[in-house]
Design a protein around this ligand. Structure first.
Ligand SMILES: *[C@@H]1O[C@H](CO)[C@@H](O)[C@H](O)[C@H]1NC(C)=O
Ligand SMILES: *[C@@H]1O[C@H](CO)[C@@H](O)[C@H](O)[C@H]1NC(C)=O
Ligand SMILES: *[C@@H]1O[C@H](CO)[C@@H](O)[C@H](O)[C@H]1NC(C)=O
Length: 794
């Protein structure tokens, strides 16, 4: 989505907070505006003269308009399907089309107010979409770490807990007219290339971790304690194979992602599938890009076929903002705008973020290009979600969650969770000689240096809101050691050579008991519509770090605040830099969380959710090459820990602790037999893999028991990863994650982790055509340094 500032036209005469957002990419023309003014003058005239014709504040306001009681769609004793049917049959074609766009039209004669579908809540309630705003009534909301850092916590309960707080704050804001009910989050695209400007928004490069994140965050947002109802509606985006914004002249609006069926099946689709089938998400958003020559929002196989057909989405499919316009105007995918309207709605698109379908769908129907019942289906999907949200149940204050209000936003508990999330995600990458944690017994003064040392807005990443407050790194660290000297070192993260202030930075480091260098990037380097070119630290940051480290009196702690990873081999191998932390974009309480880690009030447990590649990788691999698998013939190295075997700076799953953990394999089968149907071809011939469809898969599961021991001196949490290396058939991954579980252990304590392994789901691989097969032969299971061979035979 385009994060451009929405334009609000506020009319204080009519209703206290009536506003009209413009979601279009292009600013409205003057004539458009004067047209609106005329419209509103008439509306305001009606406000004073005919109350019944006024646009209502909420739908089905029976108390002020008793006639509505007779409408089936307002009758809460009916089931949702009947209510939706009742509503749809009352609408004219023009009115129906008004419900195909994010700024949905009001139908005053039916007591239906305008509804703004576009709100965002990637890591806290955000005002990035026009449906949500902050005012003196609710000046800010809890701003959690950017998603990539939260994913690094590998704590599924945390993913859900954050979603729950966000939905509570969202409902609280909705109840006072400041937010919608439909939030277009989370972003669960695979972080395929380290340069992607939006990698920060995602749960990383692994399909299983991304799936778990999607499921749990969506549950946290949506769970209303009743399976039919929704607290707020989440949206998994951007479907699919979208992970390039603007690189080397290639833009997302016209990029054709060429993806093999195999990569589709085992990399790009799994998070979306899990989000729909296990997360029961209420919405999926299709992306701007094409996949194999078709715009995703116009592809009936991807939408009606897969999302609604195979995965059985119960909800609506929305376009990325102005996607339909983009496929017509920028991609020239259809000849006429009516064809673009017809092809997208027929493909299964229900809602257009933008105005295109509002402008062209009536004509498409009248020209016979689109059957009206397709429009009915689309708006029925939209209405069904609004029904589950209680939108047609009358006064929101009388509904479940109706008691939530401004007092429930930015509570101390919510803000503490933001701090805890950052602590749980922060990754300790290097810690020579146990330099960290610093002890307040010996460290009496600090030099706090670097362009992100006093970061505030930078900490909340993109798709941000207005946070409750900030604790900058400088504030967090100085709260522990009051004798602190701060030097930014350079003007900003770009760190140009003429803004470098080496002398003052070196002087500070030479005089302090410890030096904390806080560097990295911000949205000027990586963001939506801006991919990186280089994997090196920006500008002169490397010089700053190296020169300061040379003269520092005490230990030097390098803190990298960023989305994507870096080639920091210079620091990794430099003995003058004993410790390195990656803190992502740590959210509003980031500075407090960094201090908690540095001084050992919290034992770090985060694990990198993405590979950190050397610069040579970016020099060699075009971002536009979507292939996950290496191609030895051309030297193409492949992507992510699952396929790439070249040099790395840090690996997926890396992350140290202040204590040590040991693993023992307690129980795991050595042999699993697959039952085959009589006459299966693999009885008579040797097969490399078997296709096990349906019921034969059901009971094929076993448990793996792992005992974990905290063998060190400090309490801490540890994530146990279970990986498997399948037999070398079908170009399978080198290894892939089957499961992970985080346990918290006191010193010397032991814990047990049990992984339930479903043979068909977890041990199958995608063949070259994208079909799931179980490879026969030896599957090598990995837990930490332990390896266990499991043989699968027929
Ligand atoms: C609402 O629907 C129920 C169930 O069909 C019906 O008995 C009731 O009369 C309806 N209420 C109104 C006000 O029409
Ligand atoms: C996971 O997060 C939850 C919620 O913040 C927390 O209570 C729990 O201790 C965390 N689990 C581990 C193992 O750290
Ligand atoms: C840190 O940044 C804040 C703005 O976010 C500013 O008010 C404050 O003066 C800065 N602190 C120092 C020591 O420069």
């Amino acid at each position: 989505m385009q994060p451009h500032p929405p334009l609000y036209i506020t009319f204080h005469y009519c209703l206290p907070s009536f506003h009209l957002p413009m979601a279009s990419m292009k600013p409205p023309s003057k004539s458009h505006l004067s047209h609106l003014f005329l419209g509103f003058s008439i509306l305001c005239f009606l406000c004073f003269n005919a109350v019944s014709a006024q646009t209502p504040i909420f739908a089905c306001d029976i108390a002020s308009n008793p006639a509505l009681a007779g409408f089936g769609f307002c009758n809460t004793s009916l089931d949702d399907d009947s209510r939706v049917k009742d509503l749809v049959q009352r609408l004219t074609l023009e009115e129906k089309v008004g419900f195909l766009v994010n700024t949905a039209g009001a139908v005053s004669r039916l007591g239906i107010p305008s509804y703004q579908w576009w709100s965002e809540a990637l890591h806290g309630v955000s005002n990035n979409g026009p449906g949500t705003k902050f005012t003196s009534l609710v000046p800010g909301a809890t701003s959690f770490p950017q998603v990539l850092l939260t994913a690094a916590s590998c704590n599924t309960s945390l993913f859900q807990a954050i979603g729950k707080v966000v939905s509570t704050e969202a409902r609280a804001m909705h109840n006072v007219g400041l937010a919608g009910l439909t939030f277009w989050s989370p972003n669960i695209n695979i972080f395929r290339d380290p340069r992607w400007g939006r990698g920060q928004e995602t749960p990383g490069e692994d399909p299983h971790l991304a799936s778990q994140y999607a499921i749990m965050y969506v549950r946290g947002l949506q769970d209303a304690g009743n399976s039919d109802k929704l607290k707020v509606a989440a949206c998994c985006k951007h479907y699919t194979a979208y992970d390039l914004d603007n690189w080397n002249g290639f833009k997302r609006y016209t990029f054709n992602a060429q993806v093999t069926q195999q990569d589709m099946e085992d990399t790009f689709q799994p998070p979306f599938k899990s989000c729909v089938t296990d997360g029961n998400v209420a919405s999926v958003m299709c992306s701007y890009n094409q996949v194999n020559g078709k715009p995703t929002c116009a592809d009936p196989d991807l939408l009606a076929g897969v999302v609604r057909g195979s995965w059985k989405l119960k909800g609506y499919i929305v376009s990325d903002c102005d996607s339909v316009d983009v496929l017509y105007k920028d991609q020239h995918y259809t000849k006429t705008p009516e064809d673009a309207a017809a092809i997208t709605v027929s493909a299964g698109l229900d809602l257009d973020c933008g105005s295109f379908l509002g402008q062209h769908t009536v004509a498409a129907v009248k020209a016979g290009k689109l059957a009206e019942n397709k429009v009915d289906n689309a708006i029925s999907n939209n209405f069904a979600v609004l029904m589950r949200l209680g939108f047609f149940d009358g006064d929101p204050k009388q509904l479940p969650f109706g008691k939530l209000g401004p007092k429930d936003v930015c509570t101390p508990e919510n803000q503490e969770l933001a701090r805890d999330a950052a602590r749980q995600g922060i990754v300790l990458l290097k810690n020579n000689k146990g330099t960290l944690p610093l002890s307040t017994e010996t460290i009496k003064s600090l030099a706090i240096i670097g362009p992100n040392a006093n970061a505030s807005f930078t900490m909340i990443g993109n798709y941000e809101g207005i946070p409750c407050k900030y604790t900058t790194p400088l504030q967090g660290l100085s709260a522990v050691i009051s004798s602190s000297v701060y030097q930014s070192g350079c003007q900003n993260v770009a760190c140009s050579s003429n803004s470098l202030q080496l002398d003052s930075a070196k002087k500070a480091a030479a005089g302090a008991d410890a030096t904390i260098l806080i560097v990295g990037e911000d949205q000027s380097i990586e963001r939506e519509e801006l991919d990186r070119v280089s994997l090196l630290l920006p500008g002169e940051q490397t010089t700053l770090i190296t020169e300061v480290a040379k003269v520092a009196k005490g230990p030097v702690i390098l803190v990298i605040m960023s989305g994507g990873g870096y080639d920091i081999s210079f620091a990794k191998s430099n003995d003058q830099i004993p410790s390195i932390l990656w803190v992502g974009y740590p959210g509003e309480a980031g500075g407090a969380a960094i201090a908690d880690i540095v001084f050992g009030y919290h034992n770090p447990s985060g694990k990198l959710p993405m590979t950190w590649y050397p610069q040579s990788y970016a020099d060699k691999v075009p971002m536009t090459d979507m292939r996950m698998r290496p191609d030895p013939a051309t030297g193409y190295p492949g992507r992510t820990y699952r396929f790439y075997t070249g040099e790395t700076i840090y690996k997926f799953g890396d992350g140290l602790s202040y204590t040590t953990f040991n693993h023992h394999l307690v129980q795991a089968p050595k042999l699993v037999y697959l039952p085959l149907e009589d006459g299966h071809a693999c009885y008579s011939q040797r097969c490399k893999s078997v296709d096990l469809a349906g019921s034969r898969c059901e009971k094929l599961a076993f448990d793996i028991h792992v005992r974990v021991e905290n063998s060190g001196e400090m309490a801490g949490a540890h994530t146990v990863f279970l990986f498997t290396t399948p037999p070398a058939v079908h170009n399978s991954p080198n290894m892939h994650l089957l499961g992970f579980e985080k346990v918290s252990l006191r010193p010397k304590a032991m814990g047990n982790v049990v992984f339930r392994v479903d043979v068909c789901k977890d041990l199958s691989v995608s063949d070259e055509d994208g079909n799931r097969k179980v490879p026969l032969g030896s599957h090598l299971l990995h837990v930490g340094d332990l390896k266990h061979s499991l043989s699968i035979r027929v």
